[in-house]
Design a protein around this ligand. Structure first.
Ligand SMILES: *Cc1c(COP(=O)(O)O)cnc(C)c1O
Length: 467
């Protein structure tokens, strides 16, 4: 499988190089040169398979010969061995034809585990083969950092450095990162905001000498390996609900557009998808884009669903590339306009075509809490605020109810106990396998808000520098 850049100005790469590259050299994102298609018979044959077996069949066409079959089977098996539910991503019925797809049974209780656990092992495989060592660096306001640390802990081929804003994450989120004591895990608490952390990470990647010396790698949501691993649960859910014999619709709490883009990929691969609803919180750039045809970056507003407090929805570029019939020049022009003036217009005809599949719904702060309350009252399920944004959007976009509607439940409620308690007066408890989190030893280093200090810290500890 060959991969091409959405901006048309970078060399095409194979799977291994795309995995390690992250961004393309022209600033674009890599996508497969062609969408692999699974026939109706192949999809039907997924009925009754385990999550892991389906994962192999869905990911294999994207990976090709880069990973031998036996290794891919082992990677998938190990990735999901630590999940707290045997189905990995179980469906829970909440209405006559309404479902929650629970994606929070991984080690850090948010959906990012589902892909990150696979990604870290794919990295390991490729790096071992090449005899290489990398330094993974990322900034986090919570979910991404803990999922990455859990996935990369103890790996021989990588050291991981995660920056978080000192004293500005929730205690659960901080402890999920800082109680991981493996020697290759380094938590840096920056005396500053999340934006400061992100600015430092950007500065590290822009310092090419440093980047080469430390063999820097990123694991943010634009990494193709993460999108690929997320396509799997659209297949397992839809097949369980009758696909390919009938279509299934999905509503997805959305920030960076990676998760919902995976649903679009499933559709391109032949899965019959009714509608894909983009659910946003008050940071509603995508809802505004679908309403007005203009993608215009605004200020980020803090909300009850912080993992969706994003204005630049990076993976949307991948959808635009297809919407413009894979014209990299057109995407390049729009992205240049965004860099210059914070926005661009989408051609009305292309937008209408997108609307035949996608809808976009904004859910405000009061509706988010009201939905946690009503879901609890009506079904007994306690949902987290991100999932609540999805459930509220799904009910607004419900239609006639003939096509099953699956809402992605992206975090465990105990990860966001304050919002849940505010809504229903009940403080959700951590699952037993996470009990003890508050007693464990923590390790972190506080550094000043300064890229040079962070660079020095990484240089001293990264095994890639010595190699
Ligand atoms: C990251 C995250 C999201 C948003 O996912 P994207 O792929 O960025 O759209 C939604 N909910 C939770 C809990 C998350 O951690």
């Amino acid at each position: 499988m060959k991969y091409v850049s959405t901006r048309g100005g970078a060399p095409s790469l194979d799977f291994e190089d795309v995995l390690l590259a992250g961004l393309a050299r022209d600033g674009g994102l890599y996508v497969p040169a062609d969408w692999p298609v699974l026939g109706e018979r192949q999809i039907r044959a997924m009925a009754g398979l385990s999550y892991q077996e389906t994962a192999f069949r869905v990911m294999k066409p994207f990976i090709g010969h880069a990973v031998p079959d036996a290794d891919l089977v082992r990677i998938i098996s190990e990735a999901y061995a630590g999940f707290g539910h045997r189905a990995i991503a179980p469906l829970v019925q909440t209405g006559r034809n309404d479902w929650l797809l629970e994606l929070f049974h991984g080690p850090t209780l948010a959906f990012k585990d589902v892909a990150m656990q696979v990604l870290a092992r794919l990295f390991d495989h490729v790096l071992e083969k090449r005899g290489r060592q990398i330094t993974v660096v990322g900034a986090t306001s919570g979910d991404t950092g803990s999922a990455a640390i859990e996935a990369f802990r103890g790996r021989a081929t990588s050291d991981i450095f995660i920056l978080h804003p000192h004293n500005r994450t929730s205690e659960v989120q901080r402890r999920q990162m800082t109680t991981v004591l493996d020697a290759n895990v380094h938590n840096i608490a920056v005396e500053g905001s999340f934006d400061d952390c992100q600015a430092i990470v950007k500065a590290l990647f822009n310092d090419h000498a440093f980047r080469d010396q430390t063999a820097l790698a990123g694991v943010n949501s634009i990494n193709w390996g993460r999108v690929m691993a997320q396509v799997v649960y659209y297949f397992t859910a839809a097949v369980a609900l009758g696909a390919p014999g009938r279509p299934v619709s999905f509503t997805v709490p959305t920030g960076n557009f990676g998760d919902i883009f995976a649903g679009y990929v499933a559709g391109r691969m032949g899965l019959p998808i009714g509608r894909l609803n983009i659910a946003t919180n008050v940071n509603d750039i995508l809802a505004r884009t679908f309403e007005t045809g203009r993608y215009q970056v605004d200020k980020v507003v803090p909300s009850w669903s912080p993992s969706m407090d994003i204005q630049i929805s990076s993976n949307f570029e991948r959808l635009l590339y297809d919407a413009y019939d894979r014209d990299g020049g057109a995407v390049q022009t729009m992205m240049a306009q965004q860099a210059q003036s914070g926005g661009f217009d989408i051609d009305p005809v292309r937008l209408e075509t997108l609307k035949t599949t996608f809808g976009a719904i904004r859910v405000d702060e009061d509706e988010t809490l009201a939905t946690i309350r009503s879901t609890y009252a009506e079904t007994g399920e306690i949902i987290d605020p991100h999932t609540a944004v999805g459930v509220a959007a799904a009910s607004a976009a419900r239609g006639d109810g003939v096509i099953p509607m699956v809402t992605l439940a992206t975090a465990h409620p105990a990860k966001f106990p304050d919002a849940v308690e505010r809504a229903i007066g009940v403080r959700p408890v951590l699952p037993p396998r996470l009990a003890g989190l508050f007693e464990k030893e923590e390790r972190l280093t506080v550094l000043e808000n300064d890229a040079a200090a962070v660079k020095a810290f990484i240089r001293e500890r990264s095994r890639a520098v010595a190699a």
